[in-house]
Ligand binder design. Structure first.
Ligand code: HEC
Length: 712
């Protein structure tokens, strides 16, 4: 168990502490500590009194929308993020604001609408009186004084550095942001990255920046160039980053500060669903990397998906824990996956603590694709979500059950069934199994993980070739090649997958706003900064219905690009025909419940302690259907008080479970679903549980509030 000094409450107990008072206790790092354990030593709230929890304070950020932030609480100040990416500091006992930071605040005219973005929190560093917060906005890593929110002295230029600093020249025009706080080790911060997932993706290298100066200190190349280990697991040109990229660590990292080891989980290589330009197993995509935190030198790695064709990123930060084997304690690192497995390794050697088998998986029949023949499966612990679907798993309550059965029979299915030009039911789905919320682990080595059980339907289609698009107007052509994969050929969108229709977008957004959104991206939409301005203007004309309809001239115009049809954004020959959940006619999952679960797993023995449904549709319960669980996003926390707290569900509840039995001991209604991981802390003798409740994923209501609970 890793504890930073601020988490050691015994050292901080004031002499005047009254009986029952909780010692001041921080939540000083993303997900609780450097081991990302989501664990707190606090015991004031326990099984006997949790039923009495009540609202302590609420903070309205003023920015309504999805928040995934896990706030930090340090010395009585709470640091959080609004739905628009503003950073704020509050009095953690009262919720009263202290300061607020906004990107480009001084240069932006008042009233300019800001684009909303996901930011899961901030990182904290201190040395003597120098106290700093680090976080990202657009393509920048910012560093501010934790006391004032003003740019930190001596960091980069005016307190910021580019997240592209170590990615090489090909990244200049590419989409590079970060949604997850960096991992701090000594004077370094190692940064997660979010990139495009198509052929135009930047290379997802790991970068360590000096916290005092912003200077780039080391880079680990996840797509190795010639001469480096792993280069031969790609096509010869993959490392050039022309039509292959990704392998970025986006979900967050853990650090073993005693041993100086960084544990970084990586995502898929890009493009996600077409591997013809990246033949091989693709190290270090979909891998857990154990690096020397000071130098970035690789100690060991394990790859969870070889030659990924399903977007099976490692979705959560690894957790550091200690397990027991034959009377011995072993410091371990555990990694949860979208397929619903947990893999456990020896922290220093990478030796698996339960056997892992390479099992044969189906072969791709897509021309040009060479899928990998096997994938690794841990023999124990048993998976925490269902692994396969059969006809018996089609939702028994669905009104259109026969149609769903027919659709299922007409499709291929399986966890590692490669996509083709036909329907494939992907299960476990694109969003897990496990998700970005991550898992909690207590000092006894018991892991608490929430999971989705949602099937998705996908098929690939051929990317239209330039000559096939010749009859289209320039705007239609850009739309068909760059936007239609998500927003639909007919601009109809896919509300069930949170993809808005663009048929009447002009009624909701100005031309300027849409233009900005195309460049910067928004929420889960990537930006397209490499799209030439002419293509951007053309697609704007098309979307806003002001496009000139004459067919484009056959001969090139002097001075203009040779062919407007040659879109500068790199393209793969096949692409996914949208992200579609497999749902019934009422919008519920097309498979039988449970649809969301919470599971406790003993990592020493590999045994499952308990599994319960997580979340409820009250209208289905009213029909006499036992609680089904709902899709859920955001993780649990676990306390020495014997409790597991989690929001995450579509039904907008915050719940407390008994960590020994999985029984719900308390629940409260939030103003909107809390798709975020709660934090717990104590200040002024009182323990608080706080969660950001922004809603909006899964088509739910929304709010702008952070909500804190405490005993009366
Ligand atoms: C990888 C999928 C994806 C691609 C490709 C994509 N979008 Fe989006 N787009 C989204 C998502 C998801 C949202 C919702 C973002 C949010 O509000 O969180 C969105 C939102 C939008 C909106 C705002 C709609 C509204 O009602 O507020 C516009 C406008 C838009 N996209 C235009 C485009 C254009 C133009 C392109 C092509 C240049 C494009 N998108 C390509 C996924 C995508």
């Amino acid at each position: 168990m890793l504890l930073v000094s601020r988490c050691l409450p015994l050292l901080l107990i004031p002499a005047v502490l009254a009986a029952g008072d909780a010692p001041d206790t921080d939540w000083s790092e993303y997900l609780g500590d450097a081991g990302r354990t989501h664990y707190s030593l606090l015991t004031q709230i326990d099984r006997s009194n949790v039923g009495k929890l009540q609202l302590a304070w609420e903070f309205q950020t003023g920015d309504v929308g999805e928040m995934q932030c896990n706030p930090l609480i340090i010395g009585g100040t709470l640091y959080g993020v609004t739905a628009a990416g503003d950073i704020f500091a509050l009095d953690a006992a009262s919720g009263k604001p202290r300061w607020r930071w906004r990107e480009g605040a001084s240069s932006q005219p008042d009233g300019r609408r800001r684009s909303y973005r996901i930011l899961r929190g901030v990182s904290y560093w201190e040395s003597g009186d120098d106290r700093r917060l680090l976080f990202t906005a657009a393509g920048w890593l910012y560093c501010v004084d934790a006391g004032t929110g003003r740019p930190a002295a001596g960091f980069g230029q005016d307190g910021r550095v580019s997240l592209k600093a170590g990615l090489g020249p090909t990244a200049t025009e590419k989409y590079v942001i970060s949604t997850t706080p960096g991992a701090v080790f000594e004077d370094l911060i190692i940064m997660p990255l979010r990139l495009s997932e198509s052929a135009d993706a930047a290379a997802g290298y790991l970068q360590a920046f000096n916290v005092r100066t912003g200077v780039l200190t080391w880079v680990f190349r996840t797509i190795p160039p010639p001469g480096e280990f792993g280069h031969d697991t790609w096509s010869a040109e993959s490392h050039r980053n022309h039509d292959v990229g990704g392998a970025n660590s986006w979900a967050g990292m853990a650090v073993d500060r005693t041993r100086g080891i960084l544990f970084a989980p990586t995502g898929s290589a890009a493009p996600d669903f077409w591997g013809g330009a990246r033949k091989g197993s693709n190290l270090f995509a979909n891998s857990l990397l154990a690096l020397d935190a000071r130098t970035g030198r690789r100690r060991w790695h394990f790859q969870f998906v070889h030659h990924d064709l399903w977007d099976r990123d490692l979705p959560s930060p690894p957790v550091l824990t200690t397990v027991r084997r034959g009377g011995r304690s072993i410091d371990a690192v555990a990694q949860t996956t979208k397929t619903g497995h947990v893999f456990v390794f020896h922290r220093e050697t990478g030796e698996p603590l339960f056997p892992i088998e390479e099992r044969p998986v189906p072969k791709s029949d897509l021309p040009g694709e060479v899928s990998w023949p096997t994938q690794p499966f841990p023999v124990q612990p048993k998976p925490f979500s269902r692994q396969t679907l059969s006809e018996a798993d089609i939702n028994p309550y669905a009104e259109n059950r026969d149609a769903l059965l027919a659709r299922f029979r007409g499709a291929r299915h399986g966890a590692f069934e490669p996509f083709g030009l036909h329907d494939t039911v992907l299960f476990p789905g694109f969003d897990g199994g496990a998700e970005w919320g991550g898992a909690a682990v207590d000092p006894q080595g018991v892991l608490y993980v929430n999971a989705n059980e949602m099937a998705w339907i996908a098929r690939l289609r051929e990317t239209p070739k330039a000559d096939e698009l010749a009859h289209l107007s320039p705007g239609q052509r850009t739309y068909a090649t760059v936007c239609a994969a998500c927003h639909g050929i007919e601009r109809q969108g896919n509300p069930a997958a949170n993809l808005p229709p663009l048929t009447d977008v002009g009624a909701r957004k100005s031309r300027e706003e849409i233009a900005q959104l195309i460049v910067t991206g928004k929420g889960m939409m990537p930006g397209f900064p490499a799209l030439p301005a002419s293509d951007r203007e053309a697609v704007l004309d098309f979307l806003l219905g002001v496009e000139k309809t004459e067919t484009p001239p056959a001969a090139p115009i002097a001075g203009a690009p040779a062919s407007r049809a040659s879109i500068a954004v790199a393209q793969s020959p096949y692409r996914l025909n949208g992200y579609q959940r497999f749902i019934d006619s009422r919008g519920y999952p097309a498979i039988s419940p449970p649809w969301g679960t919470l599971t406790a797993i003993d990592l020493s023995t590999g045994e499952q302690r308990w599994q319960v449904v997580l979340g409820e549709y009250p209208e289905l319960t009213a029909e006499g259907i036992p609680p089904t669980g709902t899709e859920n996003y955001g993780g649990p926390i676990v306390t020495a008080g014997g409790l597991v707290f989690i929001a995450a569900t579509k039904d907008a509840k915050l719940r407390a479970f008994d960590r020994d039995t999985g029984r719900v001991l308390w629940e409260a209604e939030l103003p909107a679903p809390g798709f975020a991981t709660p934090s717990t802390y104590a200040v002024g003798g009182k323990q608080y549980i706080v969660v950001a409740a922004g809603g909006t994923k899964l088509g739910t209501g929304k709010s702008d509030r952070y909500v804190a609970f405490a005993l009366p």
